[in-house]
Every structure is written in structure tokens, then in C-alpha cells.
Design a protein around this ligand. Structure first.
Ligand SMILES: *Cc1c(COP(=O)(O)O)cnc(C)c1O
Length: 412
């Protein structure tokens, strides 16, 4: 459910015409719907009302400061994966005690920043990291609260690049090494184990892998108790999928209900780290057709948005639904929708059926709110796009379009 709808054949973001926004702010243009963001957050969060829980939005999905502020106001905690994301979350007013910090390569400086802020916990991904956290916390005279990220070795049945909970992935520790790590904490003065963590992958369209991972963690929880370790938190990560094309991902309430059944007698506070399911369908990217061109086998729409703006199709072969911003009702043709970048991998869609599109017309790429702008770059010296938040009939520039001067601002 989102708030990008046609009125009399013209696409609107909430109460505002997308064409008017494109004229005023230029293209390529990211447009987010505040109502959709809030609604997705509340729908997700309330799905776990039966459980003592904390929803920590995964900042990397969409880290725009205005987006983070909006979610913080809705009560979200945050999951960060870098010092930069921690900085953003704190700037957005997220209370430090609602922040968890994941990631395989936390540097000492980042650990120091997180300890100074007083975050809830570090999700630790190696024994070496544990040693480093103990050392840094010791220097600061603090005790770091941690959980170990357990790699439960389950197949999330998603794209290999976004599968993270299998033995071959770089993330977390296998069950045996996790137990060793927890035992290490018992001899550490500046680390306290307060939780267990896992995150098995992204864009999951079935809850079974989550439940399989949960079973493994609950068995592990018994082992921890036998070892004399009492923890308080069970972090199940993010990963719930969304509808890009024809997927039918489970509704969060289905996940919430399944968890409530399994955790009825388990005295742990559950942490969830949703990213895509909150942000994905809360945003679109609007792009203008610069040229059209056909050869005997292909019709190309050459648009002003490219892989530097939205890399998911190039990186993962992902599907983004594309629609006209103004419906013309022309005859359907098959197109490759490509950007201006000098790479054959620069495409937004291939062999896509669209109603006939003409030069100068606008297209909307749906489901671009997550891993869209955050994965953008300046490749080919393309200034990054503008990000807008539409809230009813109000429009906020959440990030101005970059200028050529911005491109060279940090260069000598
Ligand atoms: C990316 C990530 C998430 C969010 O994943 P989604 O699929 O966007 O929900 C949550 N936790 C961790 C540790 C992550 O790396």
C-alpha cells in the first residue's frame, strides 16, 4: 500500500502532481511519501505488539536525515552499520539507547563513537572484534553491551548478494564459535553480553527461513543459560521482502504472530531491524526520456536516470516497476530503459513492455525508496539526484540536487 496514485491519468505523490515536481526540481528525482513511510513503520511495529519489542529501522535502506527524523518521531530505534550512520541517527534525534550497531568491520574509532554515545548494543561479528571492543571500552572506562551475531546457516532463498546467514557468507559467527565468543565475554571486564543476534538476508518472501533461524537461536539460548549466561535481547535482524513485481511477501502481522507463538514463554525483548519493508515502496524515482532510439532488434528509451542513481537493476538484476507519469494509452512496445553512463550494465529495465513512450516524457520507477539513493554515486561525474518528501500537499526538499561545484568540493 502506498500513496502514489493516478488522478485523471496523472501520477500524484499524495496531494502533489509528480509532473509539477519534476518541472520544479528537475530529474532524476527521488520522491518519498511521508504518509507511506509512517504507515509502513506503524504497520510493522504494531505487528509485534504481542511481544516486548523494539523496532530498529535499518538506516542503510534510506538514510536521509529527514526520513530518519520522521521515523524517530514515530518511535523508531535504529540499526546502524557505520560511524556515519550512527552520526546520522543521533543527528535525527534517535535516543542512543534505541540504537544497535551491526557490521563485520567496525573500526576502533567507530567503536569509540558508539560507546561515547551510549548505544544499546553492538552486534559483534568476530572474536577479534570482541577483543577490540573490550580494549576500547577499557580505555574509556566503560562497559560495552554486546550481542553476538550468530550465523545460523539457513538459506533465505534470496539473491546471493543479499543472502547473509549461510556458512559461506562473511557475516557473524557459526554456532560453535558463537558459544566460544560468549564464554570469552565472561572473562572480559569491559564487555557485557546482553543479547543474541542474527540477520539472514534481505528481500525474503517467505517466513520459514526466519523461523528456522529462530529455532536455532532458541536452542542456542538454552546452551547459553547452561553456561550461566543470562541475556535479555533477541535481535532477529531485518529482511522482510516487499512487492516489486509479482512477489507475495508475508505481511508483518504473519511474522509477528508466528514469533508470538514461538516466544510466548521466552523472557527476551525482541529487536527487529526492518529496512526495505519500511522504505522500499515509500519512494519513487522520476526520470525523463532524453532520447528514443530503435534498431532492428531493440527499442531503447535513453533516460536521464542511471546506474549511479539507482544501481539495483545493474547490481542484482532487480526489477523495478515502471509507469508513465502521464498516461497516454498508446500501443504497448518492448523497451530497454537505459541511462547515459558509459557501461552496457547501465540499465534500469530490460525487455520491458510499456505503452509507447516519446522523447521528453517522464517515467516513474516504483519501489525506489530503499537502497535507491543510499547506493547512489557520482560515477561519470553525475551530480546526485534531489530527494523530496511529500507530506499531504507540502513538499520538503530533503536533499538538494548536487551541483558541479559539489562534485569537486573535496578535491585539490
Ligand atoms: C541490511 C540490514 C538490515 C535491513 O535489511 P532489510 O532487508 O532492508 O530489512 C537489517 N540488519 C542488518 C544487520 C543489515 O545489514
Amino acid at each position: 500500500m502506498h500513496h502514489f496514485e493516478y488522478r485523471d491519468g496523472k501520477l500524484f505523490a499524495e496531494e502533489v502532481s509528480v509532473t509539477e515536481l519534476a518541472v520544479e526540481y528537475g530529474t532524476p528525482l527521488y520522491i518519498y511519501s511521508a504518509a507511506t513511510f509512517k504507515r509502513h513503520f506503524q504497520a510493522f511495529d504494531s505487528a509485534f505488539d504481542g511481544l516486548d519489542h523494539l523496532t530498529c529501522y535499518s538506516v542503510k535502506a534510506n538514510s536521509n536525515l529527514s526520513v530518519l527524523k520522521m521515523l524517530a518521531e514515530e518511535g523508531a530505534g535504529m540499526d546502524v552499520v557505520s560511524g556515519g550512520e550512527l552520526f546520522r541517527a543521533l543527528k535525527a534525534g534517535v535516543p542512543a539507547e534505541k540504537i544497535v550497531y551491526s557490521g563485520v568491520g567496525k573500526r576502533a574509532s567507530e567503536i569509540r563513537e558508539a560507546l561515547a554515545a551510549g548505544i544499546l548494543m553492538f552486534n559483534v561479528e568476530s572474536q577479534a572484534e570482541l577483543v577490540k571492543i573490550n580494549e576500547v571500552a577499557g580505555e574509556l572506562g566503560k562497559v560495552a553491551q554486546i550481542s553476538i551475531r550468530i550465523n545460523p546457516d539457513v538459506d533465505p532463498q534470496t539473491h546471493p548478494y543479499i543472502s547473509t546467514g549461510m556458512k559461506k557468507n562473511k557475516f557473524g559467527l557459526d554456532i560453535e564459535n558463537s558459544l566460544k565468543a560468549y564464554k570469552m565475554t565472561m572473562d572480559m571486564d569491559n564487555v557485557e553480553a546482553i543479547g543474541m543476534d542474527c540477520h539472514i538476508g534481505s528481500q525474503l518472501t517467505n517466513i520459514d527461513p526466519f523461523l528456522e533461524a529462530l529455532d536455532k537461536l532458541l536452542a542456542f539460548y538454552e546452551k547459553l543459560k547452561e553456561s550461566g549466561l543470562e541475556i535479555k535481547y533477541l535481535d532477529l535482524g531485518g529482511g522482510l521482502g516487499i512487492n516489486y513485481d509479482e512477489e507475495e511477501p508475508p505481511h508483518p502481522t504473519e511474522f509477528g504472530k508466528a514469533l508470538a507463538d514461538k516466544l510466548a514463554d521466552v523472557p527476551l525483548t525482541v529487536i527487529l531491524e526492518p529496512g526495505r519493508v519500511i522504505a522500499g515502496n515509500s519512494g519513487i524515482m522520476v526520470t525523463e526520456v532524453v532520447y528514443t532510439k530503435s534498431n532492428p532488434t531493440k527499442n531503447f528509451l535513453i533516460v536521464d536516470g542511471a546506474m549511479n542513481d539507482l544501481v539495483r537493476p545493474s547490481l542484482y538484476g532487480s526489477f523495478h516497476r515502471i509507469g508513465e507519469v502521464v498516461l497516454h494509452g498508446r500501443e504497448v512496445k518492448e523497451y530497454d530503459v537505459v541511462g547515459p553512463i558509459c557501461e552496457s550494465g547501465d540499465f534500469l529495465a530490460r525487455e520491458r513492455e510499456l505503452p509507447g513512450i516519446e522523447q521528453g516524457e517522464l517515467l516513474a520507477l516504483y519501489s525506489a525508496g530503499a537502497y535507491g539513493f543510499t547506493m547512489s554515486s557520482n560515477y561519470n561525474s553525475r551530480p546526485r539526484a534531489c530527494e523530496l518528501i511529500v507530506d499531504g500537499d507540502k513538499v520538503v526538499v530533503a536533499r538538494k540536487r548536487e551541483t558541479y561545484e559539489d562534485l569537486i568540493a573535496n578535491e585539490l
